[in-house]
Design a protein around this ligand. Structure first.
Ligand code: ATP
Ligand code: MG
Length: 430
């Protein structure tokens, strides 16, 4: 069943066994519409791979010979996105279907629509091509399978079906070239290894360090997106372990110790939350990943400035250092600062601040973070338990709990505050 160029393997329904119930009707609608207009169109990529593995696909992508402009003209609720890689986003019901035009990966075709850097990295990729060319420009063989829902046929130009059968992750073509064209493919290799548990081709494993060192050429905004897909898709714990085994975690998070138990525990909790369909936020994960670096910087500054200022400076520096590699959008970096800044106050529990703390919009995240620290060996178990109880009891009991704290508050601190005109807390978020 070897797939050769020009001679793809085609499987009919009885041979591939895709369950039509797992196929998203919105994706099918887009494909049918394009076909009715005389275009060629298929479901492609991760969704076909997942259907063949009998997993429910996360999203459905479409590939077609219609140009992005033609797709846009055909679907009212559509828009064109991306410069490096222009595609159409088509809305059907609540679903967003990505429709990409067949592209070619012939390196000879250097033009306005396609460009490489001196290192062979693809900078722009908008040269359109045939279905076959489109298959060969994809990353892994198992990601280059096409499914026509109308005829219920699977088309394979690259040996993807064989690799699926043997649970192998292999690039199409020469591994070194494919990694040089786009080092992010190394992260994708880790992602699919974590997600579907396939074995990495030995050549990929061998070249991971080289790809890792090329990662600095990738725009930090793209790395943020990739990081989310890697760590917040339900298999973050496995993905982190795999990243930590090769130099990739160090490249992405230069100031993070890969074996920090806080990270492992947070990844595990996040995976569980995703499995239970509970909401998750990238901010929490970033707060976890950078926590130890932040703490170290706080300690450094504490020898020269007041504690609140030390925390303020440390947070700014920790985030700025990380932003060099991965662009964390402002709303998430603010979340990180808020969660960190709450830690001290949740531990200290000044009686007059308790109600305000409990009503802080970030209380839940700050409290979860505190528990996580306690669970992974930091000396904050007692305040964590205190806050757990505080949330469980009635208002009368709460008052008693706060009353019991009063006796324990060091007077010295209060007196000192009277003489200081500006509260150090004003440097932190409310
Ligand atoms: P998931 O199910 O996690 O979304 P996916 O395989 O669909 O996995 P996407 O990032 O959605 O991954 O990409 C869709 C398809 O586009 C891939 O299956 C692959 O064929 C192609 N692709 C994506 N990124 C690259 C890349 N960097 N190089 C080559 N092909 C790529
Ligand atoms: Mg996808």
């Amino acid at each position: 069943m070897n797939a050769a160029a020009n001679n793809p393997v085609r499987l009919e329904r009885a041979e591939h066994g895709i369950d039509p119930m797992l196929v998203d009707q919105h994706g099918v609608e887009v494909v049918s519409r394009l076909q009715q207009e005389g275009f060629s169109a298929y479901l492609v990529g991760g969704c076909v791979r997942d259907l063949l593995l009998e997993h429910q696909p996360k999203d459905f992508d479409v590939a077609t010979n219609a140009t992005p402009e033609e797709v846009k003209a055909l679907f009212r609720r559509s828009r064109l996105v991306g410069r490096r890689f222009r595609i159409a986003h088509v809305r059907v019901g609540r679903e967003l279907i990505e429709v990409s035009t067949f592209r070619s990966n012939t390196s000879a075709k250097q033009s306005d629509d396609r460009s490489h850097s001196d290192e062979g990295m693809i900078l722009r990729d908008n040269v359109y091509g045939t279905l076959e060319e489109d298959a060969f420009r994809r990353d892994f063989t198992i990601n280059a399978l096409y499914y026509d829902p109308t005829s219920e046929t699977v088309v394979d130009y690259v040996g993807g079906l064989e690799d699926l059968k043997h649970r192998r992750l292999r690039f199409i073509g020469d591994t070194a070239t494919r990694l040089r064209e786009d080092p992010v493919r190394a992260l994708r290799a880790i992602r699919f290894q974590a997600k579907i548990g396939f074995t990495l081709d030995t050549e990929i494993t061998r070249l991971l360090p080289e790809a890792a060192s090329a990662m600095s050429a990738i725009p930090p905004a793209r790395l943020f997106d990739e990081m989310l897909k890697l760590l917040l898709s339900g298999y973050g714990e496995r993905a982190w372990r795999l990243l930590a085994d090769c130099p990739l975690s160090v490249v992405l998070f230069p100031n993070t110790a890969p074996d920090d138990p806080l990270i492992r525990q947070a990844m595990q909790n996040t995976d569980e939350r995703i499995a239970e369909d509970k909401p998750i936020t990238p901010g929490f994960m970033i707060a976890v990943l950078l926590w130890k670096d932040y703490q170290a910087r706080v300690r450094d500054h504490e020898s020269t400035v007041k504690p609140a200022e030390a925390r303020f400076l440390a947070a700014a520096e920790t985030l700025a250092a990380q932003q060099q590699v991965i662009a964390v959008p402002r709303r998430f970096s603010q979340f990180v600062r808020d969660v960190w800044s709450l830690q001290e106050r949740l531990v200290e529990r000044r009686p007059r601040n308790i109600t305000r703390l409990a009503e802080n919009p970030r209380f839940r995240a700050g409290y979860d973070f505190l528990l996580l620290r306690g669970e992974t060996g930091e000396d904050v178990v007692e305040p964590g338990e205190w806050w757990t109880r505080y949330q469980q009891v009635d208002p009368e009991e709460r008052e008693k709990m706060v009353g019991a704290l009063t006796g324990r508050t060091p007077r010295r601190r209060r007196q000192k505050k009277k003489t200081a005109p500006q509260s150090p807390d004003s440097l932190e978020c409310p």
